[in-house]
Design a protein around this ligand. Sequence first.
Ligand SMILES: [Zn+2]
Length: 332
Amino acid sequence: MKRQGLLLGGLAAMAVIPAIVWAQAPSPQRPGQGRSFAQWDKIEISVTAKLAPNLYILQGSPDLDMNHPDAAGGRVAVLFGPDGILMVDSQDEELHEKVLKTIRTFSSAPIRILVNSHIHSDHTGGNPFFAKQGALIFSREELRDEMLHPPRQGNGTPAPAPDPAGVPVMTYPLGTPGAPAVTIHLDGEVVDFIPVPASHTGGDTVIRFQHANAIYIGDFYRNFGYPFADQANGGSIRGMITAIDMIAKTAGPDTTLITGHGTLVKKADLLPYRAMVVDILAKTKKLVDQGKSLDDILAANLTAPYDATTKGDTPASKNRFITEAYNEVKDK
Ligand SMILES: [Zn+2]
């Protein structure tokens, strides 16, 4: 424990570096800013699953977040015990105090480690707050880079700079796909941070809890709405196939897969989703090869066979998916 304490002390000192750089940046963005319509004050954060005696899942209330009507914001996983708390993701900025309050209903241990599955604000918005609670933030190098150099906004204006306190301080490269980049020993658990090739974003990580037999897989798979590859942040629809194949090797048949949104699943549940992605990419390519425009392809309603089994199959969700598939096949 003493050695770990010294290590964390040294790393905490490193956290000061980005703060100095960003002190001169104009109007730091709050990560939760400008992207969601939610009734923040009404949302409650509850423990919705206990995957092990020391591993709980936290989620927001349903029907209050337009982007995530199934449960507001993104899932948070909390490993806790005498060594301290490790969190996977930090929810929307507006919900961070409620997240901490809920954690305090089952653990008074210090918050020590926060790892981000990907950059989106419903997964990183609470970063500055939890960093100030003492968390050392881990992520892929790509995620840190995405945060420091956000893509331009829709109208072409540069995105505001991030809150320096929420920028990850411990980063790791993609490395060998499927191999852990970081292993944390905490509270009797062994936690692996396993980088994922570009899929939901360019900086995705899955987080495996070996003893609990659970993996937080984030958003490259979703069972609420159609697939979303954030291409502006390095995401790839094709990469989702690779990501699912990686999970097929990493997870056992009974491993609980913790999604960012929607329901918890097992790896067999990913297969119909994989088949749909393969099918939509092929059908989109066929239409592109016939010279069809994006508008023609959207009008072809390629997702129709999947609408009945896809919860949250809004036109916006389908059109986003098909547009991303189009962007990828037209370039090849
Ligand atoms: Zn996301």
